[in-house]
Design a binder for this molecule. Structure first.
Ligand SMILES: CC(C)(COP(=O)(O)OP(=O)(O)OC[C@H]1O[C@@H](n2cnc3c(N)ncnc32)[C@H](O)[C@@H]1OP(=O)(O)O)[C@@H](O)C(=O)NCCC(=O)NCCS
Length: 160
Protein backbone atom coordinates (compact mmCIF):
# COMPACT_ATOMS: atom_id res chain seq x y z
CA UNK A 1 0.00 0.00 0.00
CA UNK A 2 1.28 3.49 -0.81
CA UNK A 3 1.67 5.28 2.50
CA UNK A 4 1.08 8.63 0.77
CA UNK A 5 -2.47 7.78 -0.23
CA UNK A 6 -4.72 9.36 2.37
CA UNK A 7 -7.07 7.27 4.45
CA UNK A 8 -10.69 8.20 4.87
CA UNK A 9 -13.38 6.81 7.14
CA UNK A 10 -16.88 6.52 5.72
CA UNK A 11 -20.08 4.63 6.58
CA UNK A 12 -20.06 1.07 5.28
CA UNK A 13 -22.60 0.12 2.62
CA UNK A 14 -23.95 -3.28 1.58
CA UNK A 15 -21.49 -3.22 -1.33
CA UNK A 16 -18.72 -3.56 1.27
CA UNK A 17 -20.08 -6.81 2.77
CA UNK A 18 -17.78 -9.20 0.86
CA UNK A 19 -14.70 -7.04 1.41
CA UNK A 20 -15.41 -6.64 5.12
CA UNK A 21 -15.89 -10.35 5.58
CA UNK A 22 -12.58 -11.02 3.83
CA UNK A 23 -10.73 -8.51 6.00
CA UNK A 24 -12.29 -10.07 9.09
CA UNK A 25 -11.19 -13.58 8.02
CA UNK A 26 -7.67 -12.50 7.03
CA UNK A 27 -7.22 -10.40 10.16
CA UNK A 28 -8.24 -13.27 12.46
CA UNK A 29 -6.05 -15.79 10.61
CA UNK A 30 -2.96 -13.57 10.64
CA UNK A 31 -3.30 -11.37 13.70
CA UNK A 32 -5.25 -13.44 16.24
CA UNK A 33 -3.17 -16.58 15.75
CA UNK A 34 -0.73 -15.41 18.43
CA UNK A 35 -3.41 -15.77 21.11
CA UNK A 36 -5.62 -18.66 19.96
CA UNK A 37 -5.12 -22.31 19.08
CA UNK A 38 -5.05 -23.63 15.51
CA UNK A 39 -8.40 -25.29 16.17
CA UNK A 40 -9.97 -22.00 17.28
CA UNK A 41 -8.63 -20.12 14.25
CA UNK A 42 -9.77 -22.90 11.90
CA UNK A 43 -13.32 -23.01 13.29
CA UNK A 44 -13.73 -19.23 13.89
CA UNK A 45 -15.55 -18.74 10.56
CA UNK A 46 -17.03 -22.18 9.90
CA UNK A 47 -20.66 -21.70 8.91
CA UNK A 48 -20.30 -17.93 8.63
CA UNK A 49 -20.85 -15.92 5.43
CA UNK A 50 -20.40 -12.41 4.05
CA UNK A 51 -24.18 -11.99 4.24
CA UNK A 52 -23.98 -11.62 8.03
CA UNK A 53 -22.44 -8.24 7.24
CA UNK A 54 -25.41 -7.15 5.16
CA UNK A 55 -27.53 -7.20 8.31
CA UNK A 56 -24.88 -5.44 10.42
CA UNK A 57 -24.46 -2.81 7.70
CA UNK A 58 -28.20 -2.16 7.62
CA UNK A 59 -28.00 -0.84 11.21
CA UNK A 60 -25.62 1.92 10.07
CA UNK A 61 -23.06 1.03 12.73
CA UNK A 62 -20.17 -0.09 10.54
CA UNK A 63 -17.54 2.40 9.43
CA UNK A 64 -14.81 1.54 6.97
CA UNK A 65 -11.30 2.89 6.47
CA UNK A 66 -10.36 3.18 2.81
CA UNK A 67 -7.53 4.53 0.69
CA UNK A 68 -8.08 5.01 -3.03
CA UNK A 69 -11.38 3.10 -2.59
CA UNK A 70 -9.58 0.05 -1.21
CA UNK A 71 -10.87 -1.30 2.11
CA UNK A 72 -8.19 -1.27 4.82
CA UNK A 73 -10.19 -2.01 7.95
CA UNK A 74 -13.45 -1.38 9.76
CA UNK A 75 -15.12 -0.83 13.08
CA UNK A 76 -18.64 -1.37 14.35
CA UNK A 77 -19.65 1.05 17.08
CA UNK A 78 -22.55 2.96 18.56
CA UNK A 79 -23.10 5.25 21.57
CA UNK A 80 -21.67 3.48 24.62
CA UNK A 81 -20.10 0.57 22.75
CA UNK A 82 -17.40 -0.53 20.33
CA UNK A 83 -18.19 -3.97 18.96
CA UNK A 84 -15.27 -4.77 16.70
CA UNK A 85 -12.31 -3.28 14.96
CA UNK A 86 -10.22 -5.12 12.40
CA UNK A 87 -7.44 -3.99 10.09
CA UNK A 88 -6.32 -5.98 7.03
CA UNK A 89 -3.04 -7.74 7.89
CA UNK A 90 -1.24 -6.09 4.97
CA UNK A 91 -2.35 -2.62 6.19
CA UNK A 92 -1.27 -2.85 9.85
CA UNK A 93 1.42 -0.69 11.44
CA UNK A 94 0.44 2.43 9.47
CA UNK A 95 -1.95 4.13 11.85
CA UNK A 96 -5.20 2.66 10.46
CA UNK A 97 -6.11 1.01 13.78
CA UNK A 98 -5.40 4.33 15.53
CA UNK A 99 -7.67 6.27 13.15
CA UNK A 100 -10.47 3.72 13.45
CA UNK A 101 -10.28 3.47 17.24
CA UNK A 102 -10.21 7.24 17.77
CA UNK A 103 -13.20 7.55 15.45
CA UNK A 104 -15.05 4.71 17.23
CA UNK A 105 -14.30 6.26 20.65
CA UNK A 106 -15.77 9.57 19.49
CA UNK A 107 -18.93 7.80 18.32
CA UNK A 108 -19.14 5.70 21.49
CA UNK A 109 -18.81 8.78 23.73
CA UNK A 110 -21.56 10.67 21.87
CA UNK A 111 -25.10 11.25 23.12
CA UNK A 112 -23.97 11.75 26.72
CA UNK A 113 -22.28 8.38 27.16
CA UNK A 114 -19.44 8.47 29.68
CA UNK A 115 -18.28 4.85 29.50
CA UNK A 116 -17.26 2.73 26.50
CA UNK A 117 -17.44 -1.05 26.75
CA UNK A 118 -15.69 -3.48 24.46
CA UNK A 119 -15.23 -7.25 24.31
CA UNK A 120 -11.69 -7.58 23.03
CA UNK A 121 -9.85 -10.52 21.55
CA UNK A 122 -6.89 -11.56 23.74
CA UNK A 123 -4.34 -10.37 21.16
CA UNK A 124 -5.91 -6.89 21.04
CA UNK A 125 -5.98 -6.26 24.82
CA UNK A 126 -2.62 -4.38 24.83
CA UNK A 127 -3.78 -2.27 21.86
CA UNK A 128 -6.92 -1.10 23.67
CA UNK A 129 -4.89 -0.70 26.86
CA UNK A 130 -2.80 1.95 25.09
CA UNK A 131 -5.96 4.04 24.65
CA UNK A 132 -7.05 3.86 28.29
CA UNK A 133 -9.24 0.76 28.26
CA UNK A 134 -9.02 -1.33 31.43
CA UNK A 135 -9.79 -5.01 31.81
CA UNK A 136 -13.00 -5.68 33.77
CA UNK A 137 -13.20 -9.46 33.49
CA UNK A 138 -12.52 -12.50 31.39
CA UNK A 139 -15.27 -13.54 29.03
CA UNK A 140 -15.91 -15.73 25.99
CA UNK A 141 -18.35 -16.28 23.17
CA UNK A 142 -19.30 -19.31 21.11
CA UNK A 143 -19.05 -19.27 17.32
CA UNK A 144 -21.73 -20.90 15.11
CA UNK A 145 -19.28 -23.83 14.72
CA UNK A 146 -19.50 -24.41 18.48
CA UNK A 147 -15.91 -23.38 19.19
CA UNK A 148 -15.44 -21.15 22.23
CA UNK A 149 -13.34 -17.99 21.88
CA UNK A 150 -11.96 -16.44 25.06
CA UNK A 151 -12.15 -12.66 25.25
CA UNK A 152 -11.62 -9.83 27.70
CA UNK A 153 -14.29 -7.33 28.71
CA UNK A 154 -12.75 -3.87 28.82
CA UNK A 155 -14.05 -0.43 29.72
CA UNK A 156 -12.97 3.16 29.31
CA UNK A 157 -14.38 6.23 31.05
CA UNK A 158 -14.46 9.63 29.39
CA UNK A 159 -11.34 11.49 30.54
CA UNK A 160 -12.17 14.33 33.00
C1 LIG B 1 -4.95 -4.36 16.84
C2 LIG B 1 -5.04 -3.73 15.43
C3 LIG B 1 -6.43 -3.12 15.24
C4 LIG B 1 -3.97 -2.63 15.32
O1 LIG B 1 -4.09 -2.03 14.02
P1 LIG B 1 -2.89 -1.19 13.35
O2 LIG B 1 -3.41 -0.52 12.16
O3 LIG B 1 -1.69 -2.07 13.18
O4 LIG B 1 -2.57 -0.14 14.50
P2 LIG B 1 -1.77 1.24 14.33
O5 LIG B 1 -0.70 1.09 13.30
O6 LIG B 1 -2.75 2.33 14.11
O7 LIG B 1 -1.11 1.39 15.76
C5 LIG B 1 -1.59 2.32 16.71
C6 LIG B 1 -0.78 2.15 17.99
O8 LIG B 1 -1.12 0.90 18.59
C7 LIG B 1 0.05 0.09 18.74
N1 LIG B 1 -0.36 -1.29 18.51
C8 LIG B 1 -0.79 -1.85 17.36
N2 LIG B 1 -1.10 -3.15 17.55
C9 LIG B 1 -0.85 -3.40 18.85
C10 LIG B 1 -0.97 -4.57 19.66
N3 LIG B 1 -1.42 -5.74 19.20
N4 LIG B 1 -0.61 -4.46 20.96
C11 LIG B 1 -0.16 -3.29 21.49
N5 LIG B 1 -0.03 -2.15 20.77
C12 LIG B 1 -0.38 -2.22 19.47
C13 LIG B 1 1.03 0.62 17.72
O9 LIG B 1 2.36 0.34 18.09
C14 LIG B 1 0.72 2.09 17.74
O10 LIG B 1 1.33 2.69 18.86
P3 LIG B 1 2.26 4.01 18.70
O11 LIG B 1 1.33 5.07 18.17
O12 LIG B 1 2.73 4.27 20.09
O13 LIG B 1 3.31 3.65 17.73
C15 LIG B 1 -4.73 -4.78 14.32
O14 LIG B 1 -3.52 -5.43 14.62
C16 LIG B 1 -5.81 -5.82 14.17
O15 LIG B 1 -6.73 -5.66 13.37
N6 LIG B 1 -5.68 -6.94 14.94
C17 LIG B 1 -6.55 -8.09 14.80
C18 LIG B 1 -7.97 -7.74 15.01
C19 LIG B 1 -8.44 -7.84 16.41
O16 LIG B 1 -8.09 -8.74 17.14
N7 LIG B 1 -9.29 -6.85 16.73
C20 LIG B 1 -9.92 -6.76 17.98
C21 LIG B 1 -11.27 -7.36 17.93
S1 LIG B 1 -12.33 -6.51 19.05
Amino acid sequence: MDANISTTIRPGTEHDAEGLFQIHVDSVKDLCATAYSREQIKRWFEGRHAREYVEHLSHGRIWVATAAERLLGFTECWPGHIDRLFVAPWATGRGIGDRLLRFAMEQALSKGHEIIKIEATLNAEPFYGKYGFKKISNSSFVQPSGIEIETVLMEMRRPC
